[in-house]
Design a protein around this ligand. Structure first.
Ligand code: OSB
Ligand code: MG
Length: 368
């Protein structure tokens, strides 16, 4: 496929409710949106980096510069016959996996569309729907109990509670008492350290399916010490940027579960490699989310059809986050199952160009 041009946007979507995690509060979702064009087809993807380096180091400003000045000029005007041919352009640069993922994922969509295949088939996944749960932001215990009840009533297959120092044991105890049998997990987004082992041990008593990313965003080693002290599985999110990270974490027994976000790890080639390495270690994986619009959500859903995604993912209904999405389709879970979108090949969703225009803050065109 000849990539004839690229469109790069910054999109700003207000969130229906502020989303609070240990590192801060999000009131809107701002993201770069890339459209690669060739042969009359468009391949589309969004980035998962924040405006400021809250979750990991990458930022939207850094990504825009790297994409416009470095990556896209090496891609626009050239032919690629598979996503793997992007590797010589992407791999030499250090880090910046979220930025690389935007390009790689948009090309996977373009490539699958050129082959008239759903993205899941191009990736090697099967099935028409994936199991999903909800991720509940930090809120007072009473409010959280209401939200858990709502999620359980809707049939979501797992409830993940965001926790932080001082908003942990009492919260989990209250939810567990009210819902003794649900699949429950917590996500600390790096808020704890080795000195907090007593708190983590207290959380160990609630039959959680896993404790997600208790320690630092760049740590693997100390997580192994925590995992050795707990019955509950540790799940790593922020710490796993690459297949090598996954191998090291599983070898070191720093985790028994991995949260794969294709947008965090550099794209589908890396996401699949992490999926395969985890399977080889007997470690289940699940598909994380970053409050994506329908574009990123669709990518995630297709990825989650791979065989070792055996735990419910975070790709819940878009209507939980947004009043209106930038796609024409509605990505809504039914009974804890999110249908794989199939409005055409590739990611199976289509851009609502009219609405997109009203929520676009900046547009750049890249031509050869
Ligand atoms: O750690 O999984 C996370 C949202 C923003 C930043 C980090 C995380 C999250 C979520 C949201 O948990 C999951 C979703 O998209 O619903
Ligand atoms: Mg997480």
């Amino acid at each position: 496929i000849l990539i004839e041009a690229a469109e790069l946007h910054i999109v700003h979507l207000p969130l229906l409710t502020p989303f609070v995690i240990s590192t801060g509060t999000m009131t809107a979702k701002t993201f770069p949106l890339l459209i690669l064009k060739g042969q009359g087809i468009e391949g589309i993807a969004e980035g998962v980096m924040d405006p400021t380096p809250d979750y990991l180091e990458e930022t939207i400003a850094g990504t825009m510069a790297f994409l416009q000045d470095v990556l896209l000029p090496q891609i626009v005007g050239k032919r690629f016959s598979s996503p793997y041919e992007l590797a010589p352009i992407l791999d030499p640069w250090r880090g910046n996996r979220m930025a690389k993922a935007v390009v790689e994922m948009a090309f996977w969509d373009l490539w699958a569309k050129s082959l008239k295949l759903p993205l899941k088939a191009a990736l090697g996944g099967v099935g028409d729907a994936v199991d999903v749960g909800v991720s509940l932001g930090i809120a007072p215990i009473k409010k959280t109990l209401e939200r858990v009840e709502e999620a359980v009533d809707l049939g979501y297959k797992r409830t993940k509670l965001k926790i932080a120092q001082g908003h942990d044991v009492a919260l989990v105890q209250a939810v567990r008492e009210a819902f003794p049998d649900i699949k429950l997990t917590v996500d600390a987004n790096t808020d704890y350290g080795l000195a907090d082992l007593a708190t983590l041990r207290a959380l160990d008593e609630f039959g959680l399916d896993y404790i997600e990313q208790p320690l630092a965003f760049d740590d693997i080693h100390d997580h192994a010490q925590v995992q050795a002290a707990l019955k509950t599985a540790i799940c790593l999110d922020e710490s796993i940027r690459s297949p090598v990270d996954a191998r090291k974490a599983l070898e070191a027994r720093a985790a028994r579960v991995i949260n794969i976000k294709v947008g965090r790890v550099g794209g589908f080639a890396a996401a699949r490699a992490i999926h395969d390495i985890s399977a080889a270690f007997g470690a289940p994986v699940w598909c994380g989310g970053m409050l994506e619009s329908g574009i990123g959500r669709a990518h995630n859903i297709h990825l989650a059809t791979l065989a070792n995604f055996t735990k419910p993912g975070d790709t819940s209904s878009a209507s939980r986050y947004f009043k209106r999405d930038i796609i024409n389709e509605q990505l809504e879970a039914v009974g804890g199952k999110m249908p794989v979108p199939t409005s055409g090949p590739g990611i199976g969703v289509t851009l609502d160009r009219v609405y997109l225009k009203t929520v676009t803050e900046l547009t750049k065109e890249i031509r050869p």
